[in-house]
Design a protein around this ligand. Structure first.
Ligand SMILES: [Zn+2]
Ligand SMILES: [Zn+2]
Length: 372
């Protein structure tokens, strides 16, 4: 079992008061501003002129992935066998845990610790998802949290929905993002031989696990055609997983309540959370990024990843899971939340989640209310 002792750690938060702008005209305006203005952000390097440019090779890759995804969907609906549909669903779910429990909660945030068999399983699942190697993913994600919604944020949502969703992957990065990528501490991942092994052999591992395994299994075991299997089990699957992760960077940085800190853009978005296995209680996550549940309640309905980690904690493969106490959460919500915070449901009298104020009132009423 995990020790579950929350460690006192400080979070790095941005103080953005402005509402974010997400319509197309604002997006264009924002991009024009980037062309014309010298940056004035506190985190920027001094007076850098930044002209975003399209990286054509990366743009072509995205166009291929997304058009191929539509063709894969067509084949899934018209040609593919039922088992292939089931297989693609299972692959999306399982590889998703490699992203959420692995690259995100374990390697980016160190929200819990994992023994090597679990780390090996997570790197296997993460490679199936195909979202670059863990080192690159965690590096960008650490910079995203530390400099959220400033020029240094690789997918700064203040530059609009499209940039935060996918544009950042084919537009040249802001010089601040490049500088902060070089400055962020990655010594823990450098010291993890499993992470560095995946980094070193990423291309053959990608070919084997992101393309080979998902495509060949349906062909070998239930005679799916290789052509259909490629477009469905590689292209369609890869693109769907990619877009679910993109939604956390775009939608969950724009729409939803902000019960824990109303001054930041990340918001609670249950719709994205269900798709992303529990990753879009995003206001909470940016306030307490070291919490292994990435949400206050850790309900398994909206947060399958917490269930996944808890299951491995029972085996002893996951341990030292950190999470914020109810008092810490309440304090923060009262101080900086938007007023939408509600205390969790309780099972009855004596539940540890009953607020101390409620408890005092109940005790004051005592038996008088029953006898009167
Ligand atoms: Zn975020
Ligand atoms: Zn995160």
């Amino acid at each position: 079992m995990s020790s579950r002792k929350p460690k006192a750690q400080s979070t790095v938060l941005s103080d953005n008061d402005d509402d974010i702008h997400c319509n197309a005209s604002n997006e264009m305006k924002n991009n024009n501003n980037y062309k014309q203005e010298k940056t004035t952000n506190n985190n920027s390097s001094n007076n850098i002129v930044y002209t975003p440019k399209i990286k054509w090779l990366d743009l072509s890759a995205q166009i291929f992935i997304h058009t191929g995804c539509l063709y894969g969907l067509y084949l899934l609906l018209t040609e593919a066998k039922l088992l292939t549909g089931l297989w693609v669903f299972i692959m999306i779910q399982l590889s998703g845990f490699g992203i959420t429990a692995g690259a995100h909660r374990l390697w980016s945030h160190r929200a819990y610790k994992a023994k090597w068999p679990l780390r090996l399983l997570l790197i296997f699942l993460f490679t199936i998802a195909g979202q670059r190697h863990v080192y690159a993913w965690a590096l960008d994600h650490r910079v995203h949290h530390k400099y959220s919604e400033t020029d240094a944020d690789p997918h700064n949502a203040k530059r609009g929905f499209f940039f935060a969703h996918v544009g950042w992957l084919f537009i040249t990065p802001h010089p601040d993002a490049v500088a902060k990528r070089e400055a962020v501490d990655m010594s823990d991942l450098i010291a993890d031989p499993i992470v560095m092994w995946q980094k070193k052999y990423y291309i053959p591992l990608f070919a084997l696990l992101c393309i080979g395994l998902p495509v060949i299994v349906p062909w070998y075991f239930w005679n799916e055609s290789l052509w259909t299997s490629f477009w469905v089990n590689f292209n369609f699957r890869f693109c769907v997983t990619l877009n679910i992760a993109f939604l956390v960077n775009s939608v969950a940085h724009m729409w939803g309540h902000r019960p824990y800190d109303k001054s930041i853009s990340p918001a609670e978005n249950n719709f994205v959370s269900v798709l992303a296995l529990g990753e879009a209680a995003h206001n909470y996550h940016h306030v307490f990024p070291w919490d292994y549940k990435t949400s206050e309640l850790g309900s398994y309905t909206f947060n399958l990843t917490t269930g996944f980690i808890d299951a491995f904690a029972r085996l002893g493969w996951a341990y030292d899971c950190k999470y914020a106490s109810q008092q810490m959460i309440r304090r923060r919500a009262n101080r900086t939340g938007d007023g939408s915070h509600t205390d969790p449901n309780v099972w009855g009298y004596g539940d540890e989640d009953l607020t101390s104020d409620d408890l005092k009132d109940i005790d004051t009423m005592g038996y008088h209310s029953l006898s009167s």
